[in-house]
Design a protein around this ligand. Structure first.
Ligand code: UDP
Length: 350
């Protein structure tokens, strides 16, 4: 993460993060896009804010994670365990935890189409195994769910509140991800209701920013790589489908606030409600930043799972009222920061 982004996050979460002082945190997917940024935030809190450090155990199997393990190896506060979060036996000897953050998952449609069973397993078997650990240690539990649990929402429910039940297919190319996350949430509900575990589910809405691998194949890295490589950005379908894009720093602040202040048992939308764009408009935003950017509209490629949501906009009032969450970075500013980072880190050849 860029130093100014990290400072921004720390300034916004320092007070809430006091709750983590001296605690033992287990984070799965800690070498992935979101997980590795969370680890950086916790380490930075240890270095600059907390008097008693957080002890971190990072679990990852690098199925899609890319952060070099060396980045964390030389720190006394961080232990890296190479293991599959869906493999119950590999989680047996991790030591006592106060907070378990289950951020392992396969979030890019390109990758979950390629790894459907792994996608389902990490969200279902992995969540169950980690919840059992939470019972043993009486730990808090935070599950990274997804805005995909809403499927293709009905127009009447946009912006989407947490209470919307979704419009999701049990069979289809997205089902492994959508239904897996839904079962993960149901497990959190059961362990909260029946075992008294303090669980929270986070539903992120299209988080983007520095650290997204070039070969992630989601729209932001695809467009940035194309721009840098002088290739046309490819808009899929009619280009009228929308997403709201949430810049990394805003998302991290929301995630930490849920971990520190989430009401037991509750799910929270975390995203930027004011940034709804069609994919054609997103391409134009890239062109506004760099007039050399080329655009082409194409049929959906086979590698992208069809049946996608037409609109996706979060209602974030619950996070605002219960946690004091606000997004601050508009898409244009976030895009500028992301593209600046991508120019230094992408090859353009994707
Ligand atoms: N998309 C696109 N071009 C790309 C990749 C994605 O037009 O190169 C569109 C895709 O059809 C979807 C949106 O961008 O409407 C977001 O897709 P992404 O894979 O980033 O994540 P999703 O929100 O579908 O999980």
């Amino acid at each position: 993460m860029q130093p100014e982004d990290l400072d921004n996050v720390i300034a916004r979460v320092s007070e809430a993060a006091q709750d983590f002082a001296g605690q033992r945190l287990l984070i799965t997917g800690g070498l992935g896009f979101i997980g590795s940024h969370l680890v950086s935030v916790f380490q930075h809190l240890n270095d600059h804010v907390l008097t008693e450090p957080i002890q971190l155990t990072v679990v990852d199997n690098l199925v899609t994670g890319r952060t070099p393990v060396e980045k964390f190896r030389d720190r006394a506060d961080t232990r890296v365990v190479m293991a599959d979060a869906a493999d119950v036996s590999s989680l047996a000897d991790l030591g006592h935890c106060d907070l378990i953050i289950h951020a392992a998952g396969i979030a890019s449609p390109y990758y979950y189409r390629a790894h459907p069973l792994e996608t389902l397993d990490v969200a279902t078997r992995g969540t169950r195994a980690l919840l059992d650990l939470a019972v043993k240690d009486r730990a808090r539990f935070v599950f990274f769910s997804s805005s995909e649990i809403y499927g293709d929402p009905d127009e009447a429910h946009i912006p989407i509140p947490e209470s919307y039940r979704g419009n999701v297919a049990t069979m289809g190319p997205r089902a492994c991800y959508d239904e897996g996350k839904r079962v993960g949430e149901t497990l959190c509900y059961i362990y909260h209701e029946y075992f008294g575990i303090h669980t929270n589910c986070i539903r992120p809405f299209n988080v983007f920013g520095p650290g997204m691998p070039e070969k992630d194949y989601r729209v932001m890295p695809n467009f940035a790589s194309a721009l840098i490589g002088g290739r046309p950005m490819t808009v899929y379908g009619d280009g009228r489908q929308t997403r709201t894009f949430c810049y990394l720093t805003d998302a991290l602040v929301g995630f930490i606030l849920v971990m520190a202040k989430g009401v037991p048992g509750e799910p929270y939308n975390i995203g930027n409600p004011n940034s709804e764009l069609t994919m054609s408009e997103l391409a134009m935003q890239f062109q506004d930043i760099d007039t050399s950017a080329l655009v082409r509209t194409i049929e959906y490629p086979d590698s992208y799972p069809a049946d996608e949501p037409r609109r996706r906009v979060p209602d974030t009032r619950k996070a605002q009222m219960q946690l004091g969450y606000e997004s601050q970075v508009d898409v244009k500013e976030g895009l500028e920061r992301f593209i600046r980072w991508a120019r230094e880190n992408y090859t353009g050849s994707q």
